[in-house]
Structure formats: C-alpha cells, structure tokens
Design a protein around this ligand. Structure first.
Ligand code: ATP
Length: 336
C-alpha cells in the first residue's frame, strides 16, 4: 500500500540545454516538462513541488518532488526514492563538436542510489557511469542485481516516446507496451513530427513520412503492414523487439538504452536487430545495452562491459569479461 509520505525526488543538472529543453527558460515549464517526462502529469490544481535552484546559460539545477497521487504516477513508482546527479550534455553541443576534438560526454551518472521507501531496501548502492559519444556500453549481471532499475530509474517507464526522443534519449523496454487503438504509423508519425517541431523543422505529411520510413522498415526487416497494426498489439515477443528498434531508427537518439533487446529473438531476428543498431551508430551517439548473453555482444561490439552486482558496478572491462562469464558464471566475477 502507498504510504502518504512516499515521494519521488529528482535532481538533474542539464549542461548546455538542447532545443528540447528550450522551454525551460521560465520556471513553470520546467516543472511541467520534467514531470511529464517522468510520467507524472499534474493537474493545474495540483502543481508539482519544484525547487528551481540555479540557472546559468549552460546549466540548470532543480529538484522535483512528485506526490504519488498525481495522475499517471503508478503505485510502484511511488515506492522509490532515487538520488543522483545526472549530467546530460545536449545533442546540439555534441554535434557541433563532431568534427574533431575529444569525444563529448553524453551521460554522466554519479552515485545513483535507489531505495524502496516502504522497506528501506536498497536496490542501487551508488552507481557511477560516464558515457561519451561514439561509445557502446553493455551491462551484465545476475537477475535482480539492479540493471533495469539503473537503466530506467523506473520513473522513465511512463514517459511518452516522443518526450524521450526530444530529450535525445531512447529506451527500449524489456516488455514493450501495447497501445490499443493507436496504429504504429500514427504513433511514429506523431512522435517523429513532435521532434521535428522542436527542432524547428517542418512536419512531414503521411505521404512524406511513408517515404522516410520505408528504408527504416527494410533496415529492421519489418513488413510494411506492421504500420497498420496497433502498437505492439498481438505482436509476438520478437516482433515487439523489432518494433522497438524501428522506433529507434525513426526517432533517432543520442543515447539509446536497450534493455534485453535480445530476449525472445530467434537467430535471424537477433542479426537483423543488431545490424540495425550498428547501422544507427554514428560518431556522435552512443548505446547502453543490458544483456544476459554474450551472443548479442558478438553482433554489437561493446567498448565497455560493466558487471552489476548488488546495486553497484563491481567490474568494468572488455569482451574478455563476457567470455569468462560464459565459461565460469558470476562466481568468477566476485571480488576477493
Ligand atoms: N517497485 C519495486 N518494489 C520492490 N522491489 C523492487 C521494485 N522494483 C525493483 N525491485 C527489486 O529490485 C531488485 C532489482 O531489480 P531490477 O529489475 O533492476 O533487476 P535486474 O538486474 O534488471 O534483473 P533481471 O536480470 O532479472 O531483469 C530486484 O530484487 C527487484 O525485485
């Protein structure tokens, strides 16, 4: 049961806010936009508690406390308390430096902790991770070690796809959600045009969008009739995963977080999905993937593999870590 005291707190520092965050120049819109991003839309009569702490031309710091009875805040989120400093460098800033110089930091997570408020159980015990443009990171770890909690912070699960896209972030779901009554094509067109609007680009009409999406369908090896079906409704597990990658291909992302994108895929589907992810990699974007199996890493080659154990990253290395894991299991990863 919900405790009245349960609340969720966020502390974010946005360095060089991108166009997606341009509405953050006044104090009201950050609250609404941020709450919306985390799936906690409040009604005008129940404004979020927002403490706007500091703003410079390049950064903003604010804390949001969202109470559980806000519309769309599901019960399970309310039981979390997450504390972290997340530095997200804007895509615009990255792109402008794409021609040379040192790689730009896309995501920096410092000392992320997550606690179940009711029980006091710690799920994340101080996770630190930096991701630079052009890098592919993989997180492996035993069941229940905190990988998904880290990747999504739970609260991001309710965020609309277009909002994630506007923030330059793409999250694939371990179990992709169905959206009854909304066709795949309408959903993608809406999300893609929302991004174009924010970028100051003209929207595409359905015919133009059809031209845009056809090569993407080929890239992921999805038949065009999937566009007419409702989002993920009646899709097989593998089809849902392919559809996730189609969304990534259409919307684009500076940082794509792929949570067990390989689960439930047959060998051919795994190849298709991996091929598409590799094709989408550029020198200015990055991928963070969670997987249990070395097989995915043969197709999408990571620069770094992190082992998550008991809510923290206990080891970081290259593909040799996955080789040892495959042969010897997690006991070989335990630190003496
Ligand atoms: N809302 C919640 N309430 C209580 N416990 C939770 C909640 N969400 C996650 N947990 C617990 O936190 C731990 C970490 O969960 P998480 O889903 O992050 O693990 P994981 O490493 O992704 O596991 P898997 O490999 O099985 O997907 C688990 O023990 C899980 O039961």
């Amino acid at each position: 049961m919900l405790s009245r005291a349960a609340h969720v707190e966020y502390r974010l520092i946005l360095s060089k806010p991108s166009s997606a965050f341009s509405g953050f120049q006044n104090h009201r819109s950050p609250a609404m936009a941020l709450l919306h991003r985390f799936g906690c839309c409040s009604s005008p009569s129940s404004p979020p508690l927002l403490s706007f702490q500091k703003s410079t031309p390049n950064s903003m710091l604010f804390t949001v406390s969202a109470h559980p009875h806000h519309r769309r805040c599901p019960r399970r989120f309310s039981s979390f308390r997450l504390n972290a400093t997340i530095v997200a460098e804007s895509p615009t800033a990255s792109a402008s430096n794409g021609g040379g110089g040192p790689p730009k930091l896309l995501l920096e997570v410092k000392d992320l902790t997550a606690v179940i408020s009711e029980s006091g159980k710690k799920i994340l015990n101080g996770v630190n991770l930096s991701i630079y443009e052009g890098e592919i990171h993989a997180i492996m770890g035993k069941n229940g070690s905190g990988k998904s909690t880290f990747a999504k912070g739970e609260n991001l699960l309710e965020m609309e796809a277009e909002d994630r896209s506007l923030a330059g972030l793409f999250l694939s779901f371990q179990s992709p959600v169905e959206i009854p009554g909304v066709s795949n094509s309408d959903f993608l067109l809406m999300a893609y045009n929302a991004r174009r609007r924010k970028l100051g680009l003209p929207e595409l009409d359905p015919l133009q969008f059809y031209g845009y999406i056809m090569p993407k369908l080929e890239m992921v090896n999805i038949k065009a009739d999937f566009l007419n079906r409702n989002v993920n409704e009646g899709f097989s597990g593998g089809e849902k995963k392919r559809n996730e990658i189609l969304q990534l291909a259409v919307l684009g992302a500076e940082l794509a977080i792929l949570d067990e994108i390989d689960s439930g895929l047959d060998v051919d589907a795994l190849r298709d999905v991996a091929k598409a992810v590799n094709a989408l990699m550029t020198p200015t974007n990055s991928v963070l993937m969670i997987t249990h199996y070395r097989r995915l890493l043969e197709f999408i080659k990571p620069d770094y593999i992190h082992i998550m154990d008991d809510g923290r990253i206990s080891k970081t290395g290259d593909i040799s870590i996955a080789n040892i894991l495959e042969k010897e299991g997690y006991k070989a990863m335990s630190t003496p």
